[in-house]
Ligand binder design. Structure first.
Ligand SMILES: [Zn+2]
Length: 131
């Protein structure tokens, strides 16, 4: 995911992360005009992200976005698992930056268990395991 600065028509750079009273703030900055923006997770999402072993912004600032990309690529095996509409809409509640990884985590669990379809129940199971 990228943030676009509408003023400069350019992409914002990842600047760093901040702990905001138990929430995780991911800070982006526009190299053109200095505009800054933050995505803030709620505590449950922060916990979910941490507990799934997703590393955000660890290491140097420059490498952080690559770590995310690498994690996504490593984990991003193509599966033929189907998602029910209900499960998909629950996935929509997860912050966009974490969604692909959460999705992969759930699909991994489903594959381990031999499920062919991600349902709301499978998501509950994944949640219990990861949280
Ligand atoms: Zn700008």
């Amino acid at each position: 995911m990228k943030h676009l600065c509408l003023k400069c028509d350019g992409y914002l750079n990842y600047e760093g992360q901040e702990d905001m009273e138990g929430s995780l703030g991911i800070i982006f900055r526009c190299p053109g005009c200095g505009y800054r923006t933050a995505m803030v997770t709620n505590p449950a999402e922060t916990h979910l992200v941490h507990s799934m072993g997703i590393r955000i912004g660890s290491g140097s600032l420059e490498h952080a976005p690559l770590e995310l990309t690498r994690a996504t690529l490593d984990e991003g095996k193509v599966t033929d698992i189907e998602w029910t509409e209900e499960a998909e809409s629950r996935l929509e509640n997860i912050p966009p930056f974490a969604r692909p990884m959460v999705k992969t985590g759930i699909e991994k669990l489903a594959m381990e268990k031999g499920y062919k379809k991600i349902t709301s129940e499978v998501m509950d199971e994944a949640r219990e395991r990861f949280m």
